[in-house]
Design a protein around this ligand. Structure first.
Ligand SMILES: [Zn+2]
Ligand SMILES: [Zn+2]
Length: 170
């Protein structure tokens, strides 16, 4: 019914010149991971192979992006024919029936209702056990500049295997 395909791993680019920029980018990547239901890597350098990702999300309008890292990665993504998503207008933000807010990319069904990635069954599985969220809440783990979805219940094991990682409950 909803013919959108959700990538499992995406790259998020934006300004990284100052610590505030990095914080912003990290926060935006968290929103992307949470709302799109994917692993989201925030690019702090351009040593990525963009084709390892299925889409690129840009923190600002691409015309406002002056940061070398972001520009290089965005250019590579466009050259590779990958989808590059600029942020939607704040006016398009909406809330799914389940309460999930959709500020990154609102998907509206044929009947005009808003559906979040989880309600569309398009979220990636748990990075630890590969199962889908189902009844259990997913948390997001920051590992190597990537927000990775993990079951809350898998966190205890994940904590032991990912020293120093930070956890955010989605
Ligand atoms: Zn929902
Ligand atoms: Zn799990």
């Amino acid at each position: 019914m909803y013919a959108t395909t959700t990538p499992a791993r995406v790259l998020v680019v934006g300004p990284t010149a100052t610590p505030d920029d990095v914080d912003n980018l990290r926060g935006y990547a968290l929103d992307v991971a949470d709302q799109i239901g994917v692993s989201a890597t925030y690019a702090l350098h351009n040593e990525y192979r963009v084709t390892d990702f299925e889409a690129v999300y840009v923190l600002c309008a691409s015309t406002e992006l002056h940061d070398t890292v972001g520009l290089v990665l965005m250019a590579e993504a466009l050259a590779a024919g990958m989808p590059v998503h600029e942020p939607q207008s704040p006016r398009e933000a909406a809330q799914c029936v389940c309460g999930q807010s959709q500020t990154v990319r609102t998907v509206i069904g044929e009947d005009g209702s808003v559906w979040c990635a989880e309600c569309r069954d398009e979220v990636a599985g748990c990075a630890h056990c590969a199962e889908l969220p189902d009844m259990e809440e997913m948390a997001l783990v920051d590992r190597d500049s990537t927000w990775i979805p993990v079951h809350a219940g898998c966190l205890a094991t994940a904590v032991a295997t990912i020293p120093g990682a930070e956890f955010v409950t989605a």
